[in-house]
Design a protein around this ligand. Structure first.
Ligand code: PMV
Length: 324
């Protein structure tokens, strides 16, 4: 069968996904909203080939660790079940963003894999079906299928937990300046972290309030209202980290430089710079700003002690097929 190749961007969540109602299906405890990150991308090629004896994965030109290969094989199993293809798959995947910067690649890699694998198997899935398929590989990957500003509705079942575009990338010129404060590999990855959410007394409160935060964030994006956007993004971020910090065992992802960036950015906002902060399951800070302040924000971040590198990304499109 001929190969298929795809490209997908990672995304940064403005309203965070943390905790599952169903871990196997990755049905989230709450809905979430994100923006795809242009410029940062995973490119993946899949070919089903009855001449090989098991699924193969080459990651950034190297044979992949077994754990990564098994996660990819599980996605290929789901594609084989949907399509009737029985052959093993040969997968090559590469990220253009530096590995070891703590920028999660699971969203872009699982979104790219869902698209390339389903196409290589002869399926022609809708955006919704692709989002559902990507979700089973990594929850946040559901949000890297549609373009621009994206909402993942939690849903109650496998079929209705998927993401859709709220607005295209061109809708609002926002940028993510990522302050890399540690290149160390995550202590506890999100797959192991989600089950810990339920051990925090705060998670039920966070989940119950999610519809309010989703509505405020959605409205702020549609109205391009940065002040309202910044307030809800930062509140949502701190709620998620409060849950992480108060679970058993606690997850304390922040480093001293993480806090230094949070304090600095709060000061910049008081000066009138449109910037706000959000942090994933790691110590790096994503400073979201309007395009007019991007250069200033990135330059200032580079002067903070402990900031090793600053990556910049604007709003990006959805997952798409590319030439092999
Ligand atoms: O998709 P996962 O399992 O890597 O979880 C992502 C979790 C966060 O990045 C912390 C939040 C989010 O919504 O992206």
């Amino acid at each position: 069968m001929p190969p298929s190749s795809s490209l997908a961007h990672p995304n940064i969540a403005f309203i965070k996904y943390w905790g599952n109602r169903d871990h196997a299906l990755r049905l989230p405890a709450n809905g979430s909203i994100s923006m795809n990150l242009a410029g940062l991308e995973t490119r993946t090629t899949v070919q089903f080939d009855s001449g090989i004896h098991q699924d193969e994965l080459t990651l950034n030109s190297q044979p992949a660790p077994e754990a990564a290969r098994l996660r990819v094989a599980a996605m290929l199993d789901r594609v084989r079940a949907l399509s009737g293809v029985t052959a093993p798959g040969r997968v090559t995947s590469a990220n253009n963003f530096p590995m070891g910067t703590g920028i999660a690649s699971s969203a872009s890699s699982m979104a790219a894999l869902a698209l390339a694998a389903s196409t290589a198997a002869g399926l022609n899935l809708t955006e919704r079906e692709l989002s559902i398929l990507a979700r089973t590989g990594s929850g946040s990957a559901a949000r890297s299928i549609p373009g621009g500003f994206v909402e993942w509705q939690a849903g109650a079942t496998h079929e209705d937990s998927y993401a859709f575009s709220l607005a295209p990338a061109e809708h609002w010129a926002l940028a993510d300046c990522i302050a890399v404060v540690s290149a160390a590999h995550k202590a506890t990855g999100s797959s192991e972290g989600h089950p810990l959410a339920d051990t925090s007394l705060l998670q039920p409160v966070r989940v119950a309030d999610a519809p309010r935060r989703l509505a405020l964030c959605r409205e702020a994006i549609l109205a391009r209202d940065f002040a309202a956007f910044a307030e809800i993004v930062e509140q949502d971020n701190l709620l998620m980290h409060a849950v992480m910090m108060t679970g058993r065992p606690p997850l304390l992802y922040w480093q001293p430089a993480t806090l230094a960036v949070l304090h600095a950015a709060a000061g910049w906002r008081a000066e009138g710079i449109e910037a706000c902060c959000t942090i994933d399951a790691g110590p790096n800070v994503h400073v979201i700003c309007t395009a007019q302040f991007q250069g200033e924000v990135a330059a200032r971040l580079r002067t903070i002690a402990g900031v090793q590198q600053v990556l910049e990304a604007e709003a990006g499109g959805g997952a798409r097929l590319v030439g092999n």
